[in-house]
Design a binder for this molecule. Structure first.
Ligand code: IMP
Length: 431
């Protein structure tokens, strides 16, 4: 049975963690296909003492919460072995994973983020061409992959061989590191830094593509979990203010190693408004009190870096673009509750550009495009108890229905609060 891909329809942080977590309850396998520890999902789990604990997972898919769900880190990812090992410590401490449990599969062709990648990322962010990255070494690790100097995670099996691969990568970085006044580490030093976690990770290495293919052929329920969002995609995002991987649904195929026929539904997740972290154009950004209000009400601070997120109104041309480049079959709107209490809600329906008014996202002139807004009346009632669309106040319902109509994709869910139960489910995504 082909799987379901979950993608961010904006600039990331759309609430994919909660949705994947909800869907995973009925899934056998979750495969993450892109990015690395730049992502961050906050998981809320019962602590056995009547309360809840929070943990943030960056690399491991949130499916790890369900004891029988297999979690695959795909070959399209970049994996920092030290960060992964720390994440595993937390999962072990919380009783969510046992040492050596092969429920977690690390694709041996995923690329490693090594300490010098973090160093370069951090140094560049101090310079005049900063992008506002998460400084987790993502860009430099993907650069090594593209210039064929990368080091596969599978190299952990043979550290002497790994040292030779690291030497190649370091050779390419030496001029840059020297120009930045940094001491160039030796390959031995780099391998020595990773060696303490190698024995722990090696038993988890495997062929992610094969594991996913077998699950699909056996009729299992498979989720392809994207990271970041459409507009941060290396090819289809607001370049150069993007991440370095394929966040869109096409990335699920290349990042796992399956064909397009392995996916039958593509679910786009959007907030009821828009946020972005880091630099780059954001035409519907609100730099006034309204932006502050959204940030406070929505708790809009980065899960990885703690940075305040930039906030603004919903961008419908952006969502139509996400429909197009991902082939969305379903739409999920999250954080609708954050808009409760506003007298009216604005949303961008088109852009005025040097070439006239357009309904499509003018990606090449976004920094000069002027949003054209419409407005709908807001609602003041709490909505976190809503479990069907009919439970919503008429104005909230009108807003979400307008979004689905404008994007041209049916609604599958509306999230009305952070808890699992605070969800309106409209379609069974595995049906
Ligand atoms: P990098 O992925 O760390 O290289 O950062 C590149 C851009 O992507 C920056 O603007 C980051 O803020 C943004 N970014 C990376 N990961 C996330 C995420 O999970 N949520 C939101 N923005 C992200």
């Amino acid at each position: 049975m082909p799987g379901v891909a979950i993608v961010g329809a904006q600039w990331g942080d759309e609430g994919k963690g909660k949705i994947v977590d909800l869907l995973t309850e009925g899934a056998d396998l979750v495969a993450r296909y892109a990015g690395g520890p730049n992502a961050g999902h906050t998981l809320v789990i019962p602590n056995g003492r009547g309360g809840h604990d929070k943990i943030v997972v960056r690399l491991v898919p949130s499916g790890i919460l369900w004891p029988d769900t297999v979690c695959v880190l795909g070959s399209g990812m970049v994996v920092d072995p030290l960060a992964l090992s720390k994440e595993l410590d937390e999962l072990v401490a919380k009783g969510l994973w046992r040492e050596g449990d092969r429920r977690l599969v690390l694709s041996d062709r995923a690329h490693m983020i090594l300490p010098f990648h973090l160093l370069v990322d951090g140094l560049r962010e101090k310079g005049q061409f900063a992008v506002g990255t998460t400084k987790r070494g993502i860009g430099p690790a993907y650069e090594d992959k593209a210039r064929r100097n990368g080091v596969h995670l599978g190299a952990l099996r043979d550290l002497a061989r790994m040292e030779r691969h690291v030497a190649r990568a370091l050779d390419a970085w030496t001029p840059a590191l020297q120009a930045m006044g940094e001491k160039v580490p030796t390959p031995k030093e780099v391998v020595a830094a990773i060696e303490p976690v190698a024995a722990r990770l090696v038993p988890l290495l495997g062929e992610g593509s094969l594991v996913v293919d077998e699950a699909i052929r056996a009729g299992k329920r498979v989720i392809f979990e994207g990271a970041q969002g459409t507009l941060l995609d290396i090819d289809h995002g607001t370049y150069p203010y993007v991440t370095s991987s394929s966040a869109t649904s096409g990335g699920a195929c290349t990042g796992i190693g399956v064909g397009p026929t392995a996916i039958r539904r593509v679910v786009g997740i959007t907030k009821a408004y828009t946020t972005r972290v880091g630099g780059g154009p954001f035409p519907t950004e609100l730099l006034d009190e309204m932006g502050e209000r959204l940030r406070t009400a929505g708790g809009e601070f980065g899960a990885v870096t703690g940075r305040p997120r930039r906030c603004g109104w919903l961008d419908l041309p952006g969502l139509r673009y996400a429909r197009r480049v991902n082939g969305l079959t379903d739409l999920i709107i999250t954080k609708l509750d954050v808009l409760t209490g506003l007298s009216s809600i604005e949303f961008c329906v088109a852009y005025d550009t040097p070439d006239g008014r357009v309904r499509d996202l003018p990606l090449n002139t976004l920094d000069r495009a002027k949003p054209v807004y419409e407005r709908l009346p807001g609602w003041s009632e709490r909505i976190d108890h809503a479990r069907s669309i009919g439970d919503l106040p008429a104005n909230a319902r009108a807003y979400v229905e307008r979004i689905a109509a404008e994007v041209g994709v049916p609604l599958a869910m509306v999230s009305v609060g952070p808890q699992r139960e605070a969800t309106i489910r409209l379609r069974d995504l595995f049906a």
